[in-house]
Ligand binder design. Sequence first.
Ligand code: CP3
Length: 365
Amino acid sequence: RNHALETETSLPETSGSRFVRACLRLPVDRTPVWFLRQAGRYMPEYMAVRKHHSLLDICRTPEIASEVTITAAERLGVDAAIIFADLLLPFTPMGLDFEFVNGEGPVVNTPVRSLEHVQALRTDRTDDLRYVASAIEKVAKHFNAPRPDGDTLGIIGFCGAPFTLASYMIEGGSSRNYVETKKIMYSHDATWALLMEKLVTVLVAYAEQQVEAGADVIQIFDSWAGALSVSDYRQYCLAPTTELVRRVKALGVPVIYFGVDTASLLPTMRETTADVLGLDWRIPLDEGWRAAGAGCAVQGNLDPITLFAPEDVLRDRVQEVLNLANGRPGHIFNLGHGIVPGTPVDNVIRVVEWVKEYGVIKPHA
Ligand code: CP3
């Protein structure tokens, strides 16, 4: 399933799924589409499973995680399936306990605030995360055969980026101003550097397990990078993130690098050498693509809340995104951030149908 090494040099004109091909800006028959958080609380099938299992139970049980992943992808008719897991799972083998508190999101019981605590974080137990690879194996096996349209579904593995994961470790949960994170970043160089280094070590090993298990692409979530100025991103985050991107690409898969509120960061994010940049909805897609650069593919960028709009408004917005992409190879249709609870499933399915209808890649492009 591991097409990328071949593709970077000599992918035959017609091989590879349209999702993987689009990541590498190769011509495709139509724009591929999938959604951030496509398996989640908006979907009754997920809520039915969730009724009997906690979020972490689902993540840690390959039979259930794979089923949730497959069900969402098939229900929506999308071109890629993202493995059901969570950004914070690597904290456990690093020795950091956390839980999901209903309605509040993740809570880290003892946030990381000192050099001694960073020194105590372990990087040698990543094998404990193999349950994610097992779930990917099951998903890959399920989607092994081509679909009726001849395309195989892309399988996406993922991990967090060093900054976003560090922010959860240091703040102890979600944050508005990232005060504790930035205090360490600005004032304690050695602590920050060691934390970045340890995270990269763990994340590379984790991504490698996922690729060996059958992930075609790895998405790196730097969801909160938009909290950083360009100079702070460059000074404190670019090097470790680039190290992570390079080492994941060396596994032979394309890398999608995603963040929110990143309009001003895009040219610097591109310096990580990620193959694809995720765009949020605040920037028009063509402007975002220009900022990312012509040598880069883009993923996005419908506002997830337009999924609550009436049909004509929603269709208009979908067409706007496709028009701004203008049929250039290297666009993957997605939202600018995840689907939120309460989103009507039928509207999500409608969007998939419209992308299939209107998302034609121009032969000249
Ligand atoms: O289809 C999918 O994308 C689902 C798989 C998935 C989950 N988390 C499961 C989940 C993915 C890709 C993630 C990534 C993730 N986790 C991110 C990055 C993506 C992003 O939105 O920017 C982040 C920041 C986290 C950390 C996290 N997990 C938060 C902040 C929360 C609470 C916020 C919320 O939506 O309630 C979670 C919980 C979580 N992870 C849920 C799901 C489906 C919802 C809670 C539940 O089912 O109990």
